[in-house]
Write a protein that binds this ligand. Structure first.
Ligand SMILES: Nc1ncnc2c1ncn2[C@@H]1O[C@H](COP(=O)(O)OP(=O)(O)OP(=O)(O)O)[C@@H](O)[C@H]1O
Length: 302
């Protein structure tokens, strides 16, 4: 049984269909990626999963059961718009939120201190939220989302606005939660985060699913159209563009990047390069998720 099972959910706002019959399943111990350009329907889907708004039709099952008030305690949410009270002390705020979700004050206090240590900010315990930088407020918001140890965690743009060190810190925390068996629904515009974290993904476009499945399988479905080739001492390779099936060739730091539109061109490129020197790198590259996204949606995610 899947931890989270979303079946053909639909949501309209007036004339506007925000989500048009989306289905997916996420299992324990997985980070599930929800991708789409601005306005594709990610946040609306997440808000339905959280029970904040109800689908007009379709169903959502949690551990095989429909939504109930008790379910709330088992859900954690990091919203895209951060929602902490600026004037309230970090400890008062986080412990209050944990108590609402059934954790004793003593236990919440212990967990909060543990998380603050982990994020290298124990001194924030007594600070007001407004005294913290945006990135550090986000750490507190993340702690608020997980303090009650939910089995389903919904992270909307979890790493936006963080510096690279803090991205790594939060990313490691997310991976740990996954390894502890949590189910994590994860939305982002950063494809490299999806490539690193998500096993399965859904790409939404204008309220509909355009691509869905395991990242591995999806990558296999798309042709390999990029070859990287490099000669010893970075020697120039003449005439790559004249090979049949080559669309373009450009010299990059990593070697020549050659775009091809038929598979047999790759071997011809290797033969061609060999005639001009010793080949030290030759790779037929998998498409990046960014390339797949642009092909599926016809526009960039940004
Ligand atoms: N409360 C609402 N009332 C009216 N329209 C809404 C409401 N919430 C969302 N929409 C519309 O539904 C569509 C999907 O919005 P949603 O916020 O789910 O997209 P998103 O994929 O999360 O986008 P982003 O990447 O910009 O956060 C948009 O066209 C949006 O304007």
């Amino acid at each position: 049984m899947s931890t989270l099972q979303v079946e053909r959910i639909v949501k309209q706002f007036g004339d506007k269909t925000a989500v048009n019959g989306i289905s997916f399943k996420a299992e324990a111990g997985e980070i599930y990626g929800l991708l789409g350009a601005n306005g594709a329907g990610k946040t609306t889907t997440m808000r339905m999963v959280l029970g904040l708004i109800m689908p007009d039709s379709g169903s959502i099952l949690y551990h095989g059961k429909p939504y109930s008030r008790e379910q709330l305690r088992d859900l954690g949410y990091l919203p895209e718009e951060r929602g902490l009270y600026p004037k309230v002390k970090v400890s008062d705020q986080v412990i209050y939120l944990a108590r609402l979700r059934g954790v004793s004050a003593k236990e919440a206090d212990r967990r909060l201190k543990e998380w603050l240590e982990r994020f290298n900010v124990p001194e924030y315990y007594d600070k007001k939220v407004e005294e913290l930088s945006k990135g550090n407020q986000q750490k507190i918001q993340f702690i608020s989302a997980v303090i009650h140890d939910p089995s389903i965690l919904v992270l909307d743009e979890a790493f936006s606005g963080l510096d690279p060190v803090n991205v790594e810190l939060l990313k490691a925390a997310v991976k740990d939660l996954r390894d502890k068996g949590k189910t994590i629904l994860f939305s982002t515009h950063r494809m490299e985060h999806v490539e690193e974290l998500c096993r399965n993904i859904t790409i939404l476009h204008r309220s509909n699913v355009v691509l869905q499945g395991s990242l591995r399988e999806i990558k296999k479905q798309f042709p390999r159209e990029r070859v990287i080739v490099r000669l010893e001492d970075d020697r120039a390779i003449e005439g790559l563009e004249t090979i049949a099936g080559v669309r373009s060739a450009a010299k990059l730091e990593s070697g020549y990047e050659v775009l091809i539109d038929r598979p047999d061109a790759a071997q011809a490129i290797l033969d061609h390069a060999r005639q001009q020197g010793d080949v030290v790198r030759f790779e037929l590259m998998e498409p990046t998720l960014n390339e797949i996204f642009i092909r599926s949606v016809g526009e960039n995610i940004e």
